[in-house]
Design a protein around this ligand. Sequence first.
Ligand code: FEO
Length: 395
Amino acid sequence: MKKLIKNNVFWVGKTDWELRKFHGDEYSTHRGSTYNSYLIQEEKTVLIDTVWMPYAKEFVENLAKEIDLNKIDYIIANHGEVDHSGALPELMKHIPNTPIYCTSNAVKSLKGQYHQDWNFRVVKTGDKIDIGNGKELIFVEMTMLHWPDSMAVYMTGDNILFSNDAFGQHYATENLFNDLVDHCELMQEAIKYFANILAPYTPILRKKLDEIIALNLTIDIIATSHGAIWRDDPLQIVKKYVEWANDYQENQITIVYDTMWNGTKELAHRIAEGIRSEAQEVVVKVYNIAKSDINDVLTEAFKSKTVVVGSPTVGNDILHTVAAFMQYTKSKKLKNKKAAAFGCYGWSGESVKILNKQMQDAGFEIIGEGLRNLWNPDENAKKAAIEFGKTIAKA
Ligand code: FEO
C-alpha cells in the first residue's frame, strides 16, 4: 500500500527486513534495507525508481492496485543498479512506451543489464520537466555517487530532493521518516553506508556537496532510495556528509588482527593496554578480523585516527583474513590515517614488513617499523607490546 510522504507524493517501495547481505555478499545488512520507490500524482503521474528484482512482480502488482499503470506519464531512473531498476523489465511489459528519464550513462547500464530498447529520455543537470500544479522536477547528475550513471531529482513546490543512494542507509523500517526511527541505529547505518560505499569518492562528493549547497535550494525532505527519509532537519545528514568527506577522524584507535596460536592476539591486547595507559581519552577497539564483520570493522577504521594491523607470518606471508581486510581498506581510499603493524613469527617473520608496505600503498602514514615477536610473547615481549602501544598513542 502506498504511504504518504507529502501532499501528492507517496512511497511505493519495498521494506526488506530479511536482507543480510547486499552487493552479493560484499556488504552486511544486519538491519535489512528498503528499496524506496516514489509515486508523484500531480497533473502528471511520475514514478521515481523501482525496487530490487526479486520483488518486481509484487511491486508491479501493488502499484497496479494504486493506479492504472497506463496513467504513468514519466518514469525516472535515478540509477541503473539492480536494486532500483530491478522491477523495470516487469513494469515495462505493461507500459512499454512510457518514457524513462535518466542520464546517458544510465541508458548504458540499463541496456547492458536488461537488453531492452525502452523509450529513454536522456537528461543532464539543470534539465527539468513540468508536472503540473506549478511544480517541476529538476535533474541533478550525481556522477560517481556512487556510479557514473547516478542522478538526483529535486521537486519544486514540495521541496523534496530524491537523492537516490546518497544520504541513504541499509536500514529496514516501517516508519519511513528519520524522526520516527531510533536515531543511534540510523546514524550507525548511515556512517557504515558512507564508509563502505561512498568513501572512495570523497573528492567528487565534496565538489557535489558544494554545488548542491550553492544552489541554495529549500530542502524540506531528502527522500533517499534506501532506509529512512530525512524530514526532521534534513540538512543534518548533508552536514554529516560534509564532515565525513573531509578527512574524517574521531579520537579512536582501532586494532585489527588475526592469530594462529594466540601470540598475535596477545600482542593486540597488550598494545591496546599501552594505548589506554598513555591516553585514557582515546577510544580503543580491538577486532579479530577472522571473527568480525569486515564492513563493520572498516567503519571503525574510517572513524579512527590510527589503525593498527597484526598478523603472524605464515608461509612467508600474512593470514588471508588480514590480507582481505587490507585489500578492502585500500579500495576505500581512506584519508588522514596513521597505521602501525605487528605480528608473531617462528621462522622467517615477514608479516610486519608486508603489512607496512600494504598500509603505505593504502595511503596510511606508518608509525615506526612495527613490532615483530619471535615465538609466543614472554613477559619482556608483553612489556614491549605495551611500550609499542604507548608509542602509537603518542604519535
Ligand atoms: Fe542502491 Fe547503487 O544502488
